[in-house]
Design a protein around this ligand. Structure first.
Ligand SMILES: Nc1ncnc2c1ncn2[C@@H]1O[C@H](COP(=O)(O)OP(=O)(O)O)[C@@H](O)[C@H]1O
Ligand SMILES: [Mg+2]
Length: 272
């Protein structure tokens, strides 16, 4: 077996193993459990059995990771627990499949979940903030809570808290992205960088097109985390908030803004 075939085989083998460890649920049970979210590619018996036999590789990372989350919840002892590792397996197999077919992929592949989406690694040692981290955790888990504001004076540790949260919960969010958000332009530039990262595109496309592409991508996928750092006004983020109803947005701000119905969770960052 050449190393390229091995990647698809390794993917299929792990996928079969996790299903076995989960008590070998039927394909119908898996399909039923993950549901069919809006904008998702359809999941059918034949799609799933193609993945299990190494005949095909999932092209929709979000859909695949929700299948994995379902199986892992039923297989508490299965060693491969990190969604980032599963995403790496999938990406490696997908790249192999498409290059073997000798033609480019139709849509850009999701890049590996990575800290590259953050401007710097979180500070170590990080002191305290257990309550705030637990609050964020609770907000993100609760369904319907999709925009959380971290509010506090300058220097109280808002940005740091967002970075720590993102780093500690990487497995929950296949894509984590950070953008400065003191103006609408800064956010547009941040989203354009996200598009470049997801498509691995270095140059050649106008920033406005990239921004639009990123917004569309965020509209079509779940479970991403977007940090909008240092928001200066509601007007700067209104467009983004109004257009995105999936994934989670974490806003940090020094300003006491009136958010109307846009915000679902609050964390107050007071002096440590
Ligand atoms: N809980 C913490 N433990 C250790 N260092 C922290 C903590 N919170 C913040 N810091 C550090 O304090 C400084 C200010 O924090 P920052 O997040 O930039 O504040 P803000 O975004 O509220 O202006 C940064 O250098 C950050 O790394
Ligand atoms: Mg800050």
């Amino acid at each position: 077996m050449d190393s390229e075939t091995e990647r698809v085989a390794a993917f299929a083998e792990q996928f079969r193993k996790v299903r076995l460890a989960a008590g070998r649920p039927t394909l119908a049970a898996i399909i039923n459990a993950v549901g069919q979210g809006r904008g998702r590619s359809p999941l059918s018996d034949s799609t799933l059995s193609g993945w299990l036999r190494g005949k095909s590789v999932p092209s929709d990372a979000t859909l695949f990771l929700s299948v994995i989350e379902y199986l892992l919840a039923k297989a508490p002892d299965f060693p491969l627990r990190s969604l980032a590792q599963w995403e790496r397996l999938r990406t490696a197999a997908e790249i192999q499949k498409s290059s073997r077919r000798g033609r480019p992929r139709r849509s850009p592949t999701l890049a590996e979940p990575s800290m590259i989406g953050l401007p710097r690694p979180p500070t170590q040692p990080f002191a305290g903030r257990e309550v705030e981290l637990a609050q964020l955790d609770c907000d993100v888990r609760r369904s319907g809570h999709r925009v959380t504001v971290i509010h506090g004076l300058s220097g109280t540790g808002k940005t740091e808290l967002a970075l720590q949260y993102a780093a500690r919960n990487r497995d929950r969010h296949p894509v984590v992205w950070f953008s400065t958000a003191d103006s609408a332009d800064a956010i547009a530039a941040g989203l354009a960088r996200l598009a470049r990262w997801l498509t691995r595109q270095r140059s050649g496309t106008a920033e406005a097109d990239l921004t639009e592409w990123a917004l569309r991508w965020l509209q079509e996928h779940d479970r991403w985390l977007l940090i909008l750092d240092d928001v200066g006004s509601r007007a700067a983020v209104e467009d983004v908030l109004g257009n995105l109803v999936r994934g989670h947005i974490l806003i940090t701000t020094r300003r006491d803004l009136s958010w109307g119905g846009f915000v679902h969770g609050w964390v107050c960052c007071t002096d440590r």
